[in-house]
Design a binder for this molecule. Structure first.
Ligand code: GLU
Length: 542
């Protein structure tokens, strides 16, 4: 009896692995085209890091490559219903459509599926069988107690923990004995028989981290678990081979697994892909930095952006800033271009974690939104409001008027930059809506606070100067005339040169009018606001 008999006993029905080699031929792509993937577990939580990684994958494959999704659901305890749908939906929400993926009904879109690991069970068995036949894998019958015992002994002897070398119990078990145990019904799992020697080093060149040396792997890791599903490591080596991945972009928590992965590819007789390990996104916490946390930071979840109404364009634009720091300058020089025109370089990504800063993101978002037309802002904020804020939806129901409101200081060379997210819109524009404006509210007038003086300024303005048909220049000149009549200086500069000669300047006067009409001292252009509100409403407000 030999290892072939053992392999047949364990996987009697598994196809010969060559079947799959033929089924998934080398991809027909132009020379140098990159094939990469995003391989999340469907745990019901889509982390913003996944969007970041997918964006990078998309940038790398934009012209001629393939970006595919593989759902890694071999840890079925962690899986949630709808997990796959949430991931695919999130990618579509962010315009990061993959070329190949599996949908919520387990239907594959692409020729290299199944794109869900739990549906690839037979494939893993074929490759595990190959390893068993060649003597590169073996069944392990150790119980949890046996493993615990090994660990205790290793700790006592101050040696590395794990299942390796001299510490293994089943690695060198005679085939006959293993066969007998299996026939006997003894429970087992399948382990990889590592050929590694940790006294030797391997040299790895990571696309992002650069050259890193590791000791060779000598751990006999589990490749097939007792439920018949593979471990992540083994599935990675099989899948990325059969799917012809050329570049693995993944979180740097996997960097330490590289020696094992390279060894698995080697023993399976396949070429390993290149690796690019991305540092996690960090967040300031007091003085120090820590990883963006699923538990502590709501902004780590993609749903957060949807709920807050932060446009996908803003999120992507910000992620570009984090990914390549020269993007910011490029963007200044190329305000109109698509970010896919930017010459993205994986090698320019930070080796250590980039700071994920919501304040900066919202700043970027203000810029992004400032470039949109009133119509675009209208459509997007209404869409958001319909889902999350009925009051705003109601305000926006008068489209013609709302377009005028949102059009104030928009579409010009220096557009307004006050909206960072759709959930800001209601508060930013509420005073433009008659039923939201409380003319008896407690307003904060800035410099001029005397009630009689305020009334006098407003009264004089509307009795003597205001005319709805004035153009902007006339309107402004009248403001100056009003200032002069009330004892304020026409010009700010002149006032500053001689402040004692006046009660204030034209800006103080227009502020009084502004606060009276809007309840706020800080608004976009007052002339435009007054035009949109119209005479009748203005008179009602005073
Ligand atoms: N399922 C693994 C994870 O979520 C994938 C790692 C990889 O991309 O290889 O971390």
């Amino acid at each position: 009896m030999d290892s072939k008999d053992l392999a047949n006993l364990i996987f009697p029905n598994a196809k010969d692995y060559t079947y799959y080699e033929e089924k998934y031929p080398v991809r027909n792509l132009p020379e140098g085209a990159i094939v990469t993937r995003f391989a999340p577990s469907p745990t019901g939580f889509v982390h913003i890091g996944g969007i970041y990684q997918s964006l990078i994958a998309k940038l790398m494959t934009k012209d001629q490559g393939v970006f595919f999704i593989r759902i890694e659901d071999t840890d079925q305890k962690r899986e949630v219903e709808n997990g796959t749908k949430q991931i695919i939906d999130a990618l579509y929400d962010f315009d990061l459509e993959p070329n190949e993926f599996v949908d919520e009904n387990d239907v594959d879109h692409g020729e290299y599926g199944p794109y869900k690991q739990s549906l690839r069970r037979e494939i893993y068995h074929s490759y595990a069988k190959k390893l068993l036949e060649e003597g590169n894998a073996y069944p392990c019958f150790c119980s949890p107690e046996d493993l615990e015992h090994i660990r205790e002994n290793q700790e006592k002897a101050k040696e590395r923990t794990g299942y390796y070398g001299k510490w293994t119990k089943c690695r060198n078990m005679p085939v006959e004995m293993a066969i007998e145990k299996i026939k006997n019904g003894d429970p087992y799992i399948i382990r990889f028989k590592s050929p590694g020697n940790p006294d030797k080093k391997i040299k790895h060149k990571d696309v992002i981290k650069g050259a890193v040396d590791f000791p060779e792997n000598d751990q006999d890791i589990v490749i097939i678990k007792s439920d018949g599903l593979p471990t992540y490591h083994f599935a990675h080596a099989v899948d990325d081979h059969l799917m012809h991945t050329t570049l693995v972009i993944r979180g740097d928590e996997w960097l330490a697994s590289v020696p094992l992965h390279l060894q698995l590819f080697y023993v399976l007789g396949n070429k390993a892909p290149r690796y690019a390990h991305i540092a996690p996104m960090m967040k300031m916490d007091g003085e120090g930095k820590r990883k963006l946390s699923k538990r502590k930071d709501p902004e780590s979840a993609v749903n957060y952006y949807k709920e807050e109404g932060i446009p996908k364009e803003s999120v992507l634009e910000y992620l570009m800033n984090i990914a390549n720091s020269n993007f910011e300058i490029w963007r200044k020089q190329n305000p109109e271009k698509s970010m896919y025109d930017f010459d993205f370089d994986l090698k320019k990504m930070g080796v250590s974690g980039a700071l994920f800063d919501m304040v900066k993101m919202l700043d970027v978002s203000k810029n992004v939104i400032s470039k949109l037309s009133a119509e675009e802002v209208y459509v997007a904020s209404l869409k958001w409001a319909n889902e999350f804020d009925p009051e705003l939806a109601e305000m926006l129901s008068n489209k013609e008027y709302s377009l005028k409101v949102l059009g104030i200081e928009r579409g010009n060379a220096k557009p307004r930059k006050d909206i960072a997210k759709w959930s800001d819109v209601k508060n930013i524009i509420s005073y433009m809506y008659a039923d939201k404006f409380d003319k008896n509210g407690e307003f904060e007038y800035q410099k001029v606070t005397d009630k009689d003086e305020i009334e006098k300024i407003v009264k004089t303005y509307f009795e003597k100067y205001y005319s709805e048909s004035d153009d902007k220049q006339t309107w402004f000149n009248k403001m100056k005339d009003l200032a002069e009549e009330m004892g304020y200086c026409r010009e700010v500069k002149e006032y500053k040169a001689n402040p004692d000669a006046y009660k204030g300047h034209v800006g103080d006067i227009s502020t009084v009018i502004r606060v009276k009409l809007t309840g706020r001292s800080n608004t976009p252009d007052l002339y435009e606001i007054m035009q949109v509100l119209g005479k009748e409403e203005l008179l009602r407000r005073i």
